[in-house]
Design a protein around this ligand. Structure first.
Ligand code: GDP
Ligand code: MG
Length: 177
C-alpha cells in the first residue's frame, strides 16, 4: 500500500529529535513498519522512513528523518533540519535528564529549523509507569508554555504512536497548504 510510485499530492519532511535512547528509532519503526526492538542498538540503520497518509482527499507522503545515533555527540547538522516542516521531540518519562534537555533541543530547532515548524513533544515509554520521573502534567504544562502539541506514548505497547505522527502530519497540512 505504501508504494513509492503512488501519486502523492504533498511530500512533508519531518525529523525525529531528542536525547539518545529515548525511543526515537522505535517510535519511527512502529509508525512506519509496526516493528519494535528490545535491544538498544543506537540505530536501526535507516536514515528516514516513509508513510503515505490520507488527509481529506489529499495523499501526503510523510518522509521522516531519524538520526543514525549522532545525537549522542550533538553532531546533528543543519542539513538534517533543512526543509523540515515538523519535528517529533522525544524524551523518556523515566529519565528526568532527557526532559530537561528538551530545552536544548528546542533552542537547536529554533536555530536551525524554520520558525513555523510543527513540533510535537512526546514523552515516550509510558508503559514504564513504575519508574516514572516526569509527570504527565509536567510534560503537558511545559508543552503549553512553549506552544507545542503534547502526547505520552509507548513504542513498546503501541500507545499513541499513530496519534502522535498523524497529529503532526495533519497540523502540517493545516498550516502549510
Ligand atoms: P533512540 O536512541 O532515541 O533512537 O532510542 P531507541 O529507539 O534505539 O530505543 C532505546 C531503547 O529504549 C531500546 O532498548 C528500546 O527497546 C527501548 N524503548 C524504546 N521505546 C520504548 C518504549 O516505549 N517502552 C520501553 N519500555 N522501552 C522502549
Ligand atoms: Mg535511534
Amino acid at each position: 500500500e505504501d508504494s513509492f510510485d503512488e501519486e502523492c499530492d504533498y511530500l512533508f519532511k519531518s525529523v525525529m529529535i531528542g536525547d539518545s535512547a529515548v525511543g526515537k528509532s522505535n517510535l519511527l519503526s512502529r509508525f512506519s513498519r509496526n516493528e519494535f526492538r528490545l535491544d538498544s542498538k543506537p540505530t536501526i540503520g535507516v536514515e528516514f522512513a516513509y508513510r503515505n497518509i490520507k488527509v481529506g482527499d489529499k495523499l501526503i507522503k510523510a518522509q521522516i528523518w531519524d538520526t543514525a545515533g549522532q545525537e549522542r555527540f550533538r553532531a546533528i547538522t543543519s542539513s538534517y533540519y533543512r526543509g523540515a516542516l515538523g519535528a517529533l521531540l522525544v524524551y523518556d518519562i523515566t529519565r528526568k535528564a532527557t526532559f530537561e534537555n528538551v530545552k536544548k533541543w528546542l533552542r537547536e530547532l529554533r536555530d536551525f529549523g524554520s520558525s513555523d515548524m510543527v513540533v510535537v513533544l512526546v514523552g515516550n515509554k509510558c508503559d514504564l509507569g513504575h519508574s516514572r520521573e516526569v509527570g504527565e502534567e509536567e510534560g503537558r504544562d511545559f508543552a503549553e508554555e512553549e506552544g507545542l502539541c503534547f502526547m505520552e506514548t509507548s513504542a513498546l505497547e503501541n500507545v499513541n504512536v499513530e496519534e502522535a505522527f498523524l497529529h503532526m502530519v495533519n497540523k502540517i497540512h493545516q498550516v502549510s497548504t
